[in-house]
Design a protein. Structure first.
Length: 175
């Protein structure tokens, strides 16, 4: 690769997880700026360890306050987090909140790419979201669902109960 090349990354959903794994494995990679949206990276990801060469504010996490997929990834799988819905809430990552669902960042009528990502990629300008000042507080149920020790067991218990109820009903109907 060209030694003076500048690497900028925009990652969505599973792509955010992939970039987190790349940074963890290849510590010598030098990425200048990262934009995350629909992120499923865990909230406790060690940015200071894996992206230590990046200055604070060179990682932007665009959060969709109506995005359910990061929440679903958190409680139905292992290894993923809900930062696309709740943010990282640390000094290494600039969280911006939007009244968006999972893929709304790419909707042409929202003009998100031109308004928010282009200035950041071109010169590092982080344009503030209008939604940041009026965003609703995260619902307690969403916070609990994103917690791996609470949400995941509750999810599997619910699936187990539904499965048992359906099996019991089928057995009752067939006997």
């Amino acid at each position: 690769m060209e030694p003076t090349a500048r690497i900028m990354v925009i990652a969505h959903s599973f792509g955010t997880y992939i970039i987190s794994r790349i940074l963890a494995k290849y510590t010598d990679i030098n990425i200048e700026r990262i934009v995350l949206c629909g992120s499923i990276i865990k909230g406790n990801y060690a940015w200071e360890k894996h992206a230590r060469h990046m200055a604070a504010g060179n990682i932007v996490n665009d959060v969709g306050t109506r995005d359910f997929y990061p929440v679903l990834a958190t409680f139905s799988t292992i290894g993923y987090g809900g930062t696309g819905r709740n943010g990282f809430k640390n000094t290494r990552v600039a969280d911006r909140y939007f009244d968006y669902g999972h893929s709304d960042f790419f909707e042409p009528d929202k003009d998100h790419i031109v308004k928010y990502w282009k200035p950041y990629i071109l010169d590092g300008t982080i344009v503030e979201s209008e939604w940041d000042s009026i965003k609703p507080k995260t619902h307690l149920g969403i916070m609990l669902a994103c917690h791996p020790w609470i949400g995941r067991p509750a999810f599997y218990a619910t699936v187990g109960l539904i499965t048992a109820a359906v099996a019991g009903l089928a057995w009752w109907l067939l006997t």
